[in-house]
Design a protein around this ligand. Structure first.
Ligand SMILES: Cc1ncc(COP(=O)(O)O)c(C=O)c1O
Length: 417
């Protein structure tokens, strides 16, 4: 794909770093998950934290076009924004609501998680008194101890599920160790699934089972078919990254996921560093021989992790170029000695969305002792976003038209308020 094909565009000139978001890859990953779950099981795409840094509006619309059934956000404001741009898929706020949220949940028709009886009863009363309707999903704590009513607190669970005015259409839990492969973690995951499964069975027998029971995010979806229930909530997998690290664990084959994000930068200057001289803050890299150094425009101000020095590589003309010394706020120095005719202005792949194992999201994350989620969700707003949809590199303004995204509706949504 040649960026020069894009019409001249100020953002392309004025922003030296950008990300390419491959929405075809997102669609393909949705198809992959669709094929690995039962036909009737729904797919929720988490688009919280701006779709883990991939851009929530574009991902939400691409996901809707590709057959996703639900969207998941963390904050009320994230759901409201999607509605203000006309998104009509059901949106679940994965964290519990509090009473201050009630009017907005109703107005924007957002489905919130419920985590305690007092709030659930207050929400029900609010709806009754104002003659309003809203849906919610009951969070169950099966062992993660983050949100939810305890799995064995049957009285509370029954009371919430049978509220008269609040429609509790779903019930869910979250697995704490599904991406960990040691024996203790496997036991703990199985215990959580069993607790949830037993609860679902009990509620079925009592005739109060909610319509949409769900349990698994990425690792659960891949590793535990018995945790699929009525809906799966894989985020990382749909964005194309494996939750179990860069190398598949023994006996486990990774699925063919397509990475959605590529992070790119440009070379701003090139110079020679003589033997014995150091590079960057702290001078943690010292030339052992005359070295050709390119300074690229990306730094920790762009969300590129500073972490340790001399850590990792970038890719220029398919050549691995080692990072020299510390990453600065707006610059990183790399060794380009192996590319004799390297030029100022050339494109640099910082994290490679074609899953080049050498600078894949997973391997960059491992080099920084972190997880792909942290790398993608830290990408700064100052990076320009370009999208790939139907095999074309396309800008948001054009993509918006293709997705029929309506103009932003200011609050309040309903006139006359
Ligand atoms: C409740 C819930 N469901 C689903 C997800 C998606 O997780 P993953 O990206 O690992 O699939 C998250 C992520 O934090 C979550 O909190």
């Amino acid at each position: 794909m040649n960026l020069a094909q894009l019409p001249p565009d100020l953002n392309s000139i004025t922003r030296p770093n950008w990300i390419e978001i491959n929405l075809d890859a997102l669609a393909s990953n949705i198809q992959f998950v669709r094929k690995s779950i039962p036909k009737k099981t729904k797919i929720l795409l988490p688009v919280k934290a701006d779709s883990y840094g991939h851009g929530s509006l574009a991902c939400a619309y691409a996901a809707k076009n590709s057959g996703a059934d639900f969207l998941g956000v963390a904050h009320l404001s994230e759901g409201m924004l999607l509605r203000q741009y006309g998104m009509d898929l059901p949106i679940l706020i994965l964290g519990p609501c509090i009473p201050a949220d009630f009017p907005y949940l109703v107005e924007f028709q957002l489905t919130s998680a419920l985590s305690d009886l007092k709030t659930a009863v207050a929400f029900d009363k609010y709806l009754e008194e104002n003659n309003l309707h809203c849906k919610a999903h009951l969070a169950i704590n099966t062992g993660m101890h983050r949100y939810g009513v305890r799995f064995d607190d049957f009285d509370t669970i029954r009371r919430i599920l049978t509220l008269k005015h609040l429609e509790v259409e779903g019930m869910f839990t979250h697995l704490a160790t599904a991406d960990m492969l040691d024996k203790t973690s496997n036991v703990s995951t199985q215990r959580q699934i069993d607790r949830f499964s037993n609860l679902v069975e009990l509620l079925t027998n009592e005739g109060v089972r909610p319509q949409i029971c769900h349990c698994s995010s990425s690792a659960g979806t891949l590793r535990h078919p018995e945790s699929h229930f009525d809906m799966v909530r894989p985020g990382l997998v749909l964005y194309g990254y494996n939750p179990m690290g860069a190398t598949p664990p023994e006996g486990f084959e990774y699925p063919e996921l397509k990475p959605v994000m590529t992070i790119k930068s440009t070379i701003r200057t090139i110079h020679e560093v003589p033997t014995g001289e150091g590079v960057s803050y702290g001078q943690y890299w010292v030339a052992q021989q005359p070295t050709k150094v390119a300074t690229i425009a990306i730094g920790y101000g762009d969300g590129y992790l500073r972490g340790e020095y001399n850590n990792g590589y970038v890719l220029i003309r398919d050549q691995l170029c080692p990072i020299l010394g510390r990453v600065c706020m707006d610059a990183t120095m790399v060794d380009v000695s192996r590319i004799p005719d390297v030029q100022i202005g050339e494109t640099v792949e910082v994290v490679n969305g074609t899953a080049d194992a050498r600078i894949s999201m997973e391997s960059v994350a491992e080099a920084h002792h972190t997880i792909p989620y942290e790398i993608t969700s830290r990408v700064a707003r100052r990076l320009y976003r370009k999208y790939i949809w139907k095999n074309r590199l396309i800008r948001w303004d054009d993509l918006k038209e293709e997705f029929h995204v309506p103009p932003f509706t200011p609050y309040p949504l309903r006139k006359g308020k």
